[in-house]
Design a protein around this ligand. Structure first.
Ligand code: HEM
Length: 415
């Protein structure tokens, strides 16, 4: 069966269309995948390998928010086609939800021509987010904060090609092949509804390199993420989940801010270890505060040295970003990027660039205006790290709650 006609069958199925179309897609699914659609996911096999690890897709929350970030991430941003109105938007979200619900559970998508790529999800998750335009197309109420962040002229050098998007999909997991396959299904099944605006890939340490639970290191070599609330923490729940203040469709969901932040490794090379540690207020060796304690202890911003100066520079990154109640702050989810050097690019010293690295800085928070913006404003005003970091991309999306089997992410918009 030619790919085009299988695509049509599949759309019919998901749009609740002709039974013949549905039959064709089901047959194709069984024929090609050897797994009947709806058949149980293969159990983690006896080898106990990480590739067989499955993070449940259905539930009250989107699993990519509540699970530990995988070793690899791909963000895909889309712009809606002009004729993607309310009904087509719902059909698109239903289709993508179906892909994610299958592939994250180790099953091929409907009409998946490479279903073997799905059998090792390795903790794969898919998280869907919507920008203001998508919410408005659905005819639903958008929260006030849904839209571009205010400008931070002191630091921003934003580029269109890394910014915005009417919708975003974040895939993370421990295997780049599983991610690539789901990304391909998502992009393929979006063609009739939206255009791909940009794609950004990031990574942490490969699975198995560190004991699980080890905080990541960014490409400046810093332990990054020590103090951020983790799923299961009481502060995580307070920081992340939208409540009654949000439109009904978003309650139990959250928001995502993504900043692509270039890191100037050549400039960083010029700084000694002491200066590097002072710029954040934490030790490079283990991430512990310069005021003492262990990695997960808070910085003591009042502690002074024998000369009466605070041990932690008031302009240090941790001092400027700190909030006393983590439930009022943000939850950070970072991935490094290390991309090819672009033609003609120069480094901060004016030489031909030899690196193009940075951080895909993501954060979850229930209210972008109340939690993210004031923190970013403080960092834009003063933060020693700004010497070597430059935000070059930015986007904000509402992250609806999860869905149960048979439902789809974002269904509340159409209630
Ligand atoms: C490339 C850019 C950035 C780098 C390299 C970076 C690095 C770090 C490092 C090494 C720490 C200390 C360890 C930890 O607690 O995780 C930290 C803490 C923190 N960062 Fe960043 N960061 C960056 C951007 C941002 C941005 C854009 C924000 C928010 C707008 C932010 C918010 C925070 C917060 C809230 C903390 C915890 C502070 C505390 O309470 O001790 N960071 N960051």
């Amino acid at each position: 069966m030619p790919a085009e006609s299988t695509g049509v069958s599949r759309r019919r199925l998901l749009l609740g269309g002709a039974a013949a179309g549905a039959g064709a897609a089901v047959t194709l699914g069984a024929e090609r995948t050897g797994l009947l659609p709806g058949s149980p996911a293969p159990a983690a096999d006896a080898t106990g390998i990480n590739g067989a690890r499955i993070v449940p897709f259905h539930g009250a929350r989107q699993a990519g928010v509540t699970s530990t970030p995988g070793a690899y991430a791909t963000y895909l941003a889309f712009d809606l086609l002009p004729d993607t109105g309310r009904d087509r938007l719902a059909a698109w979200l239903r289709l993508l939800t179906d892909d994610a619900a299958r592939l994250t559970q180790g099953r091929g998508a409907l009409a998946d021509l490479e279903p073997e790529l799905a059998v090792r999800p390795a903790g794969l998750t898919a998280t869907f987010g919507l920008g203001r335009a998508a919410v408005e197309r659905a005819g639903a109420e958008a929260p006030g904060w849904l839209g571009p962040l205010p400008a931070f002229p002191q630091i921003d050098a934003l580029e269109e090609r890394w910014s915005g998007g009417d919708a975003v999909v974040l895939l993370h997991g421990d295997d780049p092949t599983a991610i690539a396959h789901l990304a391909r299904m998502v992009v393929r099944d979006s063609r009739a509804f939206a255009t791909l605006r940009w794609r950004q890939n990031g990574f942490r340490r490969a699975y198995g390199t560190d004991p699980s639970g080890t905080t990541m290191r960014n490409l400046f070599g810093q332990v990054d993420g020590s103090t951020t609330p983790k799923p299961g923490d009481e502060a995580f729940d307070r920081a992340v989940w939208a409540g009654d203040e949000a439109p009904a469709w978003l309650r139990g969901g959250t928001s995502l801010v993504l900043r692509r932040i270039a890191m100037d490794l050549e400039g960083w090379d010029e700084v000694g270890r002491e200066g590097r540690e002072a710029s954040v207020g934490r030790r490079l060796a283990d991430g512990a505060p310069l005021t003492g304690g262990g990695e997960h202890d808070a910085v003591d911003l009042e502690k002074t040295d024998e000369r009466g100066f605070t041990v932690i520079n008031p302009a240090a990154h941790a001092a400027r970003s700190h909030v006393s109640d983590p439930g009022q702050g943000i939850v950070r989810i970072g991935f490094s990027y290390d991309d090819p050097v672009e033609e003609g690019a120069l480094d901060s010293q004016g030489r031909p660039a030899v690196s193009n690295v940075g951080l895909l800085f993501g954060s979850w928070q229930r209210d972008v205006a109340a939690q993210y913006v004031p923190m970013q404003e403080r960092l834009a005003q003063a933060d020693l790290l700004n010497t070597w970091t430059t935000p070059i991309g930015s986007g904000v999306w509402a992250i609806p709650p999860g869905c149960e089997e048979g439902g789809f992410v974002g269904e509340g918009l159409f209630a």
